[in-house]
Design a protein around this ligand. Sequence first.
Ligand SMILES: [Zn+2]
Ligand SMILES: [Zn+2]
Length: 280
Amino acid sequence: MFKIGCHLSSSKGYNHMAEETVSIGGNTFQFFTRNPRGGAAKPIDPADVELYRKTAAESGISEIIAHAPYTMNPCAATEALREFSLNTMTDDLARLSLTPGALYNFHPGSHVGQGTDAAIELIAELLGKLLAADSENSTPVLLETMAGKGSEVGSKFEELRRIIDLTGGTSRLGVCLDTCHVYDAGYDIVNDLDGVLEEFDRVIGLDRLKAVHLNDSKNPFCSHKDRHEKIGQGSIGTEAFARIVNHPVLRDLPFCLETPHEDISGYAGEIALLKSLRKE
Ligand SMILES: [Zn+2]
Ligand SMILES: [Zn+2]
């Protein structure tokens, strides 16, 4: 099945997101676990979750992506800021144990002058604590591939591999591949998608690849900028996306749009476009 959807606002709850997804022709979605600028998460409403489970089962929604707030930094320079990230992620995972099929995606963070090696150790240390605190649950935790803007960690597959290795290689850790980010980072998914996926397999292992963020890029190849564009209107282009959604190693993963639109009708058009590119 083609699992396709987009990032949605979680302000009206889970069932509302499921209904919006159905209304735009999707069957998966992503949401922020809390305001991306930080702050407390809204309490989970058990009645909403109950209703959501029913809607999801009826409409074929089997996997969803919960995105951690992107302003937290798991490899921040101060203990207090890293503690804040750990507490936020621990609370997120406890809440996600209530929603079946959730994948928890986060940005590895920015080394803010400490250097990539030190940051990788801090991220692994945090993940070790996080997974120990959440050992009763099984929600997969995904490191997102990054564009390499500023001092971002995770723009090279090798960096993600080292974080996973330092966390003991646990099977709970996976990767979410963001098309805009990898293209900005210097992986040429336009001219050599096979080669990039072979490299991913050699360095990280394709068994770790759990989800794809579908975004075109406003900037040229290897620009390290991270500016998402609508599908087909950026430097990646429609033909490359046709190859991406049909590639044998990607086609069964959940694909989630994070493209710039004023309202969800824009996503309906993009989902229809991607469905038209998909070969069954
Ligand atoms: Zn992200
Ligand atoms: Zn992304």
